[in-house]
Design a protein around this ligand. Structure first.
Ligand code: ADP
Ligand code: 5GP
Length: 187
């Protein structure tokens, strides 16, 4: 069994940006591609950003116990980590890096304990988070509202993580993330 690096936060906090940065810096890391029932956004690609699957296929995979964890993160939209995805990455000798919601992140931490480092990405405030999410320009008014409402609750999960990584200034956050990951990989 290998190691796992978990990045969790409310939507819009910057975890995808930070995870992409880390992937460009550390060849020892490989991104865990989650399965989801939502549609691809912008330039997202199937089999790269997510495995985009139908709800019927998702439910079939739940029944077959193929997920290490899964969740209906937003009403009617499922996300989950496939057991075979983690195994595929460990077979290459790499550490798995996750961009996952707070519940999913804590679930993985409980399951993998010391093999995992769980990092909460903290935005400066709920207001800034809303600005980032709106500025990203990828979600409808309705979807934004749903994400804002969930974000407010999710910010309270921070103390349950191993580390809180402040993402105020992006360059500073990326440098701190590099330090955390470097230490974790070398231990
Ligand atoms: P998440 O994956 O947590 O939903 P993203 O990585 O998609 O968040 O970031 C949300 C938006 O905020 C993106 O448009 C991103 O470019 C921007 N962003 C990320 N970090 C910062 C930062 N420190 N300062 C300003 N904008 C940021
Ligand atoms: P988005 O639609 O913005 O890509 O993701 C919405 C939320 O679902 C984010 O918080 C993201 O991290 C989370 N997410 C992505 N993949 C998974 C997964 O496999 N499991 C869980 N529980 N959440 C996920």
């Amino acid at each position: 069994m290998g190691k796992l690096l978990i990045f969790s936060a409310p939507s819009g906090a910057g975890k995808t940006t930070i995870v992409h940065h880390l992937l460009s810096k550390f060849p020892e890391l490989e991104f865990s591609i989650s399965a989801t029932t939502r549609l691809a956004r912008g330039d997202e690609e199937d089999g790269k950003d997510y495995y985009f699957i139908s709800q019927a296929e998702f439910l079939h995979r739940i029944a077959k116990k193929q997920f290490v964890e899964f969740e209906e993160v937003y009403t009617g939209t499922f996300y989950g980590t496939l057991r075979q995805e983690i195994e595929r990455i460990w077979k290459t000798g790499k550490t798995v890096i996750f961009d996952i919601d707070v519940e999913g992140g804590l679930h993985l931490k409980r399951k993998y304990q010391d093999q995992a480092l769980a990092i909460f990405v903290q935005p400066p405030s709920l207001e800034v988070l809303k600005e980032r999410l709106t500025g990203r320009g990828t979600d409808s008014e309705e979807k934004l509202k749903e994400r804002f409402e969930k974000a407010e609750k999710e910010l309270n999960y921070a103390p349950r993580f191993d580390v809180i990584l402040k993402n105020y200034d992006l360059a500073t956050a990326c440098a701190e993330a590099e330090k955390l990951v470097g230490d974790f990989l070398n231990n």
